[in-house]
Ligand binder design. Sequence first.
Ligand SMILES: C[S@@+](CC[C@H](N)C(=O)[O-])C[C@H]1O[C@@H](n2cnc3c(N)ncnc32)[C@H](O)[C@@H]1O
Length: 203
Amino acid sequence: MREFWDERYSREDYVYGENPNAFFAQQIEKIVPGRILLPAEGEGRNAVYAATLGWQVDAFDISKAGRHKADKLAAANGVSIDYRISTLQQAAYDKHSFNALALIFAHFPLQVRMEYFPRLLQTLQPGATIILECFSKDQLLFSSKNPRAGGPKDKDLLYSKEEIKQLFADVEVMHLVETEVDLAEGDFHVGRSSVIQFVGKLP
Ligand SMILES: C[S@@+](CC[C@H](N)C(=O)[O-])C[C@H]1O[C@@H](n2cnc3c(N)ncnc32)[C@H](O)[C@@H]1O
């Protein structure tokens, strides 16, 4: 898995682009900056954008090539981020540290999501915001017609709306939709796609 992502990020350009994910940008711009955690943050496009808005940014990912490019993007934008190399399973942050958590195309096996997302929630302060965009199980229909649409080919890695409700059962749902969007993110998220978008607020 690590080799796959290091290989994907080994090219010069940013495979999902240098601009933030559109849903993430739209949501994060509404919140007063504090400290944010971005798991599975790849080449850092969302982390760097948050830092430019004044957020204190922590991110992690399994890919060293991803971190290298994230650090480069941060430097190019005149900001700094704390980007650790870690799996979701090993990530260790203090409880009640963050005002926001952003999971953008953060795809893990269902059993891993069920076991480790509750730990991510423990790192949040009361009132914290969760922003999530991910591919839904229907993305398999889109990516089979257009491989450039992207997303995991294994259904277990894809999300359902019901599951999001379960994962975030103790969180106030501000926004939850399964919808079709036209992605234009670098070379690997291009075209009509089925996504789930979620915003939640901790009590
Ligand atoms: C589709 S990319 C999304 C990157 C970034 N969030 C973005 O939107 O540009 C998925 C990322 O998940 C990371 N990843 C996969 N399994 C992981 C795990 N168990 N723990 C941490 N990161 C993981 C990969 O290295 C990859 O960077």
